[in-house]
Design a protein around this ligand. Structure first.
Ligand SMILES: *Cc1c(COP(=O)(O)O)cnc(C)c1O
Length: 420
C-alpha cells in the first residue's frame, strides 16, 4: 500500500504513473528522485479550485523543489512564485513564470539581490524588517523605480509543528512583530520609492491543523483594518504556505477547508489573496528510489544499508521526519524489522530505526516515499557522493530532468593554488 496515489503497485511492483520503477532504475541507476507530473498538476489544480471564489494568485514556494521541469509544469498552469533568493528569481523567470507573479520573501536579502529583483519588476517584496525596508528604498531610489512592498508580520501564534520549521512565534527570526506593525507601515509610507500594497504572514510548515492559520489570519484581518484606518491602501494579503501533507497517518485538512478559513477571516477586506504552497504541491508527488547495498546483521539489529544517504535526503536526520519505506517489488511478502541506514560516515545517517519492510536482499529496490518537497533541494555532495539525478514521469513516459554529475565535474570544480 502507498499513500501516494501516483505511485501504485501493479502486480506487486511499484510504478510511477504508468512506468515501472525498475525500468527507470535500469536506465538511470540508483539513487534517483522520481516525480509524478500528474500529481503536481492535480495538486495545483486543487488549490485553483479551492480558491476559485477568491481573487487569488497561487505563488508556488520554489524552495520546496526548484527543478526547472517542476517550475515549468506549474508555470504552464498559471502559477506564480514565492522566492527567497536571486537564484530562485532566476529559476522562476527561466521557467516562464512572469516577474509580475513573483513575490520575494527572505530574512536577509542582500543589495545585489534586491537590485536584481527591482530590475526585473517583481510583484512584491515581502519585507522582514525595518532596516531591510530602508535598504530597498535606497536601492529603488538609486534605480529610479518603485518597490511594491508588504511587511511580513509575525503574528505570535504557535503553529504546532516541528520547532525547526515553526516561523510565526515571537521568538522566531521572521517578520515584524505584530505589535510594531502600525509603526513600521507609518515609516514605510514616509520612505521614497516605496509603494505600500500588502500584508504578509507565514507561520510555519507541515501544519496539520487549521486553528493556527485561523488565529493568524484573524490577527492579520484586524491589522489590515487598522492600517486602512491609518490611511494605507492595502490591496494584497499574502497568507503564506504551510499546509501539511500525509507522511504516515496525519490527517490533513483539505485545500477547500483551508481556503474557507482564509475566506471567513479575510474575505470582507476585498483584497487580492496570495497563497504560497510548497510542500502540499510537491511533497507527495515525489519519491527517492534506492538500492539495497547489503544487509548487515549487528549484535542486536539488522541493518538495511541503502545506496541513498542523508546527503540525498536529510529530513530524517534533520527533523526526525518519518517517511514510508517500501520495497519496490513486494512479490515476497515476508516482513522483517530493519534499521534503514545510508552509507554516510555519520550515525545520524539513519532513515528509520526498527522499521518493518518486506524482507530484502542486496540489489533490491527500496522507495522512500513523500520526498518531492525538501528532498533534492536540500541534498549535498557530503562524502563526495554525487547528487542523485531527478526524473519526471508523465503517464507512460519519463525523462531525466537533472542528470547525475560526473566525478570529473565535481572534482574539477575545485582548484589548487600555485602556492600549495
Ligand atoms: C517555506 C515557505 C513557504 C512554503 O511552505 P510549505 O510548508 O512548503 O508550504 C511559503 N512561504 C514562505 C515565506 C516560506 O518561507
Amino acid at each position: 500500500m502507498t499513500i501516494q496515489t501516483h505511485f501504485p503497485y501493479i502486480s506487486s511492483k511499484m510504478f510511477a504513473e504508468n512506468v515501472a520503477i525498475s525500468d527507470i532504475a535500469k536506465q538511470v541507476g540508483t539513487p534517483f528522485y522520481c516525480y509524478s507530473n500528474t500529481a503536481i498538476s492535480q495538486n495545483f489544480k486543487g488549490y485553483q479550485q479551492a480558491f476559485s471564489e477568491q481573487d487569488t494568485l497561487i505563488c508556488y514556494a520554489v524552495k520546496a523543489n526548484s527543478n526547472q521541469a517542476v517550475l515549468s509544469t506549474l508555470a504552464k498552469l498559471g502559477s506564480g512564485a514565492d522566492v527567497v533568493s536571486e537564484g530562485e528569481i532566476r529559476r522562476a523567470l527561466a521557467a516562464g513564470i512572469p516577474a509580475d507573479k513573483i513575490v520575494y520573501s527572505g530574512v536577509a536579502k542582500v543589495e545585489s539581490e534586491i537590485e536584481y529583483a527591482l530590475n526585473q519588476g517583481i510583484f512584491q517584496f515581502n519585507v522582514e524588517s525595518e532596516p531591510e525596508l530602508e535598504l530597498i528604498s535606497q536601492i529603488a531610489t538609486r534605480l529610479n523605480t518603485t518597490a511594491a512592498i508588504a511587511f511580513r508580520i509575525n503574528p505570535d501564534v504557535c503553529a504546532n509543528t516541528h520547532a525547526k520549521i515553526s516561523t510565526g512565534k515571537a521568538e522566531n527570526k521572521f517578520g515584524v512583530p505584530i505589535s510594531k506593525a502600525r509603526l513600521a507601515y507609518k515609516q514605510a509610507a514616509s520612505l521614497p520609492n516605496i509603494k505600500v500594497q500588502g500584508v504578509d504572514v507565514h507561520i510555519g510548515s507541515q501544519l496539520t491543523q487549521l486553528a493556527p492559520f485561523e488565529e493568524a489570519y484573524k490577527r492579520i484581518a484586524q491589522l489590515v483594518t487598522d492600517l486602512t484606518e491609518d490611511g494605507h491602501e492595502i490591496s494584497v494579503i499574502d497568507i503564506g504556505g504551510g499546509l501539511g501533507i500525509t507522511y504516515s497517518d496525519e490527517v490533513i485538512p483539505s485545500k477547500k477547508e483551508y481556503a474557507a478559513v482564509a475566506k471567513a477571516q479575510l474575505g470582507h477586506l476585498a483584497c487580492k489573496i496570495i497563497v504560497e504552497p510548497g510542500r502540499s504541491l510537491l511533497g507527495n508527488a515525489g519519491i527517492i528510489v534506492s538500492s539495497v547495498v547489503l544487509i548487515k546483521t549487528g549484535e542486536e539489529r539488522q541493518f538495511l544499508m541503502l545506496d541513498a544517504g542523508m546527503n540525498d535526503l536529510i529530513r530524517p536526520s534533520m527533523y526526525d521526519a518519518h517517511h514510508e519505506i517500501l520495497a519496490v517489488d513486494t512479490t515476497n511478502t515476508a516482513q522483517k524489522i530493519y534499521d534503514v541506514v545510508g552509507p554516510v560516515c555519520e550515525t545520524g545517517d539513519t532513515f528509520s530505526k526498527s522499521r518493518q519492510v518486506n524482507e530484502s536482499k542486496s540489489g533490491d529496490l527500496i522507495a522512500i516515499m513523500s520526498c518531492g518537497a525538501y528532498g533534492a533541494v536540500m541534498a549535498s555532495t557530503y562524502n563526495t557522493r554525487m547528487l542523485a539525478p531527478e526524473v519526471m514521469v508523465k503517464d507512460n513516459e519519463f525523462a531525466i530532468v537533472r542528470a547525475r554529475p560526473t566525478y570529473e565535474e565535481v572534482i574539477n570544480a575545485d582548484s589548487v593554488p600555485s602556492w600549495v
